[in-house]
Design a protein around this ligand. Structure first.
Ligand code: NAP
Ligand code: G4F
Length: 328
């Protein structure tokens, strides 16, 4: 039985990856940080099948102990401060978790289990002010946020450990990927949750930032398969994972509101609080290397993804409404 250690297992990607690895017969260890209120929402259905290990990216000793306990064949390093907008008000915490956290995790593996295969969750946000369209593995980085800068560090330290210590370390440069498990702050989920609440009469307006930004949005469930495939190859390497299509935030609004028979112009208000100090205007990935070498393929398209997210939020909000006590 193969053993995998996942950091960030309670997040969107961690939860889908854990399900995939359990299906494949892995023993799955999940690193979880202490929070005052535990949040198992994304992993409730598999909570009892995971070996939970307490640890924090800022605490190297806890990561060394996690690797010692799990003795993993594969380490998927997904934990990070992952919300770009918060990386301006929290640049140091973002640097500590999203950049130095990668070195901490690599050190834990190098010290305790150097033959473990390592996956780093790199990001298309590294391309920032893009040098070419579409972006490929060879496109130079020009990050536009403290988060993007931290991810560039995480990418290069992963490459460096591969080259310095001969570790099987891969960097997956993933473009935006979404699902009903996406955090409520990210634009797709913010929109689909608002659409559900507006439709059910619980919200009147939706305050947004830059509607012209273009993103290459895929489905998280498809993307975790690529993470696993990268660690099954003969040689470690870096890969772009993307859909090869780009859509604006405005298109996202149109699709989501139309799904419930509404017009986004009737509800959306532009609020400068959601406009970023520096924007990534356009992301569009070329994943031909992953298709050719990993045999990776995309299953869920953009409109279907947003439709599924709206439906899931409608169901969830309706359930919440039903469980609320009636006021007499
Ligand atoms: P997410 O939902 O925000 O999940 C982040 C995870 O990291 C959560 O489990 C969180 O735990 C954990 N975490 C944060 N700080 C930690 C700390 N100090 N110690 C231990 N755990 C900590 O993110 P995601 O969307 O699944 O993304 C997974 C990874 O891929 C991230 O590294 C992200 O930057 C990267 N990425 C994401 C995308 C995307 O479009 N989703 C694209 C490219 C790259 P809590 O539950 O306690 O908060
Ligand atoms: O959904 P977002 O917050 O995602 P962003 O910034 O692209 O980052 C996500 O994808 C990265 C990969 O490229 C990951 F590395 C990262 O961890 C994260 O998962 O914003 C998408 C776009 C931006 O251009 C933003 O300015 O939507 C625009 N936007 C417009 N109004 C908004 C809003 N974003 C948010 N979150 N909230 C708004 O009201």
């Amino acid at each position: 039985m193969k053993k995998a250690l996942i950091t960030g297992i309670t997040g969107q990607d961690g939860s889908y990856l854990a399900e995939l690895l359990l299906e494949k017969g892995y023993k799955v260890y999940g690193l979880r940080r202490r929070t005052s209120t535990p949040n198992f929402e994304n992993v409730e259905q598999i909570k009892n099948e995971i070996e939970w290990i307490s640890g924090d990216l800022a605490d190297l000793a806890s990561l060394i102990e996690a690797v010692r306990l799990a003795q993993p064949d594969e380490v998927y390093h997904l934990a990070a401060q992952s919300f770009v907008a918060d990386s301006w008000p929290q640049p140091l915490a973002t640097g500590q978790m999203t950049a130095m956290g990668v070195t901490n995790m690599l050190e834990a593996v190098r010290i305790m289990k150097p033959d473990a295969r390592f996956y780093q969750a790199s990001s298309s946000e590294m391309f920032g002010k893009v040098a070419e369209i579409p972006q490929k593995e060879t496109t130079p980085f020009y990050p536009r946020s403290p988060y993007g800068v931290a991810k560039v560090y995480g990418h290069w330290i992963t490459v460096n450990y591969r080259e310095s210590f001969n570790m099987f370390a891969c960097s997956g440069i993933l473009f935006n990927h979404e699902s009903p498990r996406r955090g409520l702050d990210f634009v797709t989920r913010k929109v689909t949750d608002a659409v559900a609440r507006i439709k059910l009469g619980l919200q009147k307006e939706l305050r947004m930032g830059n509607l012209d930004a273009l993103r290459d949005w895929g489905f998280a469930g498809d993307y975790v398969k690529a993470m696993w495939l990268m660690l099954q190859q003969d040689e470690p390497d870096d890969y772009i994972i993307a859909t090869g299509e780009t859509h604006s935030v405005r298109e996202l609004l149109e699709i989501a509101f139309t799904r419930v028979g509404l017009h986004y112009e009737d509800y959306v208000i532009i609020d400068p609080r959601y406009v970023r100090p520096a924007e990534v205007d356009l992301l569009l990935g070329d994943c031909s290397k992953a298709k050719a070498k990993l045999g990776w393929k995309l299953e869920v398209g953009f409109a279907e993804l947003i439709g599924r997210m709206v439906d899931a939020d409608l169901e969830r909000v309706q359930r919440q409404l039903k469980s609320m006590p009636t006021v007499v």
